[in-house]
Design a protein around this ligand. Structure first.
Ligand code: UD1
Ligand code: UDP
Length: 355
């Protein structure tokens, strides 16, 4: 059986590293990289560090407005599918690469396998929400990370082909944490355990709104702990265009860094006193590391982390982040929230049953 896997962005590479290892024990995999992320520290380093096989196709699409980007990917993915004639296509998550792969495969009547199906923010202004809903509705097998995701799908009358197998990002953390600790040390970053706050920002709803970015920067400057901030290129560009980058660079308590590798990130998460983020993946990794998380959004697809008391939603404009951080009260850790750490194996088992 031949499976085409669509890669494109940083978080997809983390997930693919975990699942492809198991997929390749049973099936032939053709890896297609759309090139949505292309900087070495957003893509190349993940291939190298996580031993992701070299892509069979590099589509080199890169950064563009949504329609042009998704359309360009579709044109090129269609050519690959027509050449490879796969039995199934795997797409991950909710990016434009996900949607492009799912739409092309669906129109060619190739079964679509969606990993991380059923997540909803119920905010259609997020491009990711549109991508998720569309992808789920053309998918044949839907692998969900949580029970809530199954309920979300049921509410949209999607019940066939839905399998709750847990979160592949939990598999990834279990597989890589020891390696992270053996390869990297916190003092490489000039940081001490529990003495810094790790922050990542990249959501368009934050980066593209000047007053939100200003409020976030102002808050970082008032925190009484060191802030370690690996900057996503989107965020760096926006901070510069709002004239906020130099303020951050000059702040004595803020360390700005290029995006870090996955293994470095796991280590930084594990030793942080708290994490501030708007990333989906980082919210869960904070939970796995038992580090309190503050999510700079009005809603989250990972509500279990909030219910368990480890994650707080904070609107940057409401200016209550500093107070929240001063009053951290960690919740109780429920190990089973995101599966048994064998999600990738469960996916392969279900694919074997289906075909
Ligand atoms: C994308 C996904 C988002 C995901 C995130 C993971 C969509 C709609 N969004 O957001 O769901 O959470 O990836 O990180 O698919 N850029 C570079 N170099 C790169 C990549 C991006 O400079 O290697 C800059 C470009 O200016 C680009 C901007 O970042 O325009 C945004 O990149 P893009 O891939 O469009 O969206 P992300 O914000 O990365
Ligand atoms: N990540 C990383 N280096 C960084 C920031 C994030 O390796 O500098 C990892 C993080 O540990 C997680 C994934 O990238 O595994 C999350 O990706 P991102 O935040 O870009 O996207 P999202 O999860 O929000 O879609």
């Amino acid at each position: 059986m031949k499976i085409v896997t669509i890669a494109g962005t940083r978080p997809q590479l983390v997930k693919i590293a975990t699942v492809s290892r198991v997929i390749r024990e049973e099936f032939t995999e053709v890896l297609v990289n759309t090139g949505q992320h292309y900087d070495y520290n957003m893509a190349g380093i993940f291939f190298e560090q996580l031993n992701i096989p070299k892509p069979d196709y590099n589509l080199g699409v890169g950064s563009m407005p949504h329609g042009k980007q998704t359309g360009s990917m579709m044109i090129k993915i269609e050519e690959v599918m027509e050449k490879e004639l796969p039995d199934a296509v795997i797409v991950y998550g909710d990016t434009n690469s996900t949607l492009a792969g799912a739409l092309v495969a669906s129109k060619l009547h190739i079964p679509v396998l969606h990993i991380e199906a059923g997540l909803r923010s119920f905010n259609k202004k997020m491009p990711e929400e549109v991508n998720r809903v569309m992808t789920d509705h053309v998918s044949d097998l839907l692998f969900t990370p949580t029970d809530r995701a199954v309920d979300n799908l049921q509410r949209e009358n999607i019940t066939k082909g839905v399998y709750q197998i847990g979160d592949v990002m939990y598999d990834a953390v279990l597989y890589n944490m020891e390696l992270a600790e053996s390869k990297h040390a916190l003092n490489e970053f000039g940081l001490e355990s529990r003495d810094y706050i790790l922050a990542t920002i990249h959501r368009a709803e934050n980066t593209d709104v000047e007053e939100k970015m200003k409020a976030i920067v102002d808050t970082f400057l008032t925190l009484n702990k060191q802030v370690f901030l690996p900057l996503h290129p989107r965020t760096k560009n926006k901070l510069a265009s709002f004239n906020l980058l130099s303020e951050l660079e000059e702040a004595s308590n803020v360390v700005i860094s290029e995006p870090v590798s996955y293994l470095e990130m796991l280590l930084l998460e594990k030793h942080a006193a708290a994490i501030i983020t708007d990333s989906g993946g980082v919210q869960k990794e904070a939970y796995f590391a038992k580090v309190p998380c503050f999510t700079l959004r009005d809603e989250t697809e990972w509500l279990e982390t909030v219910e368990a008391g480890w994650n707080q939603l904070i609107n940057p404009l409401e200016n209550n982040l500093s107070n929240a951080i001063k009053n951290i009260e960690p919740g109780h850790y429920q190990k089973s929230l995101y599966g048994d750490g064998k999600a990738a194996q469960h996916i392969v088992d279900k694919i074997k049953d289906y075909f």
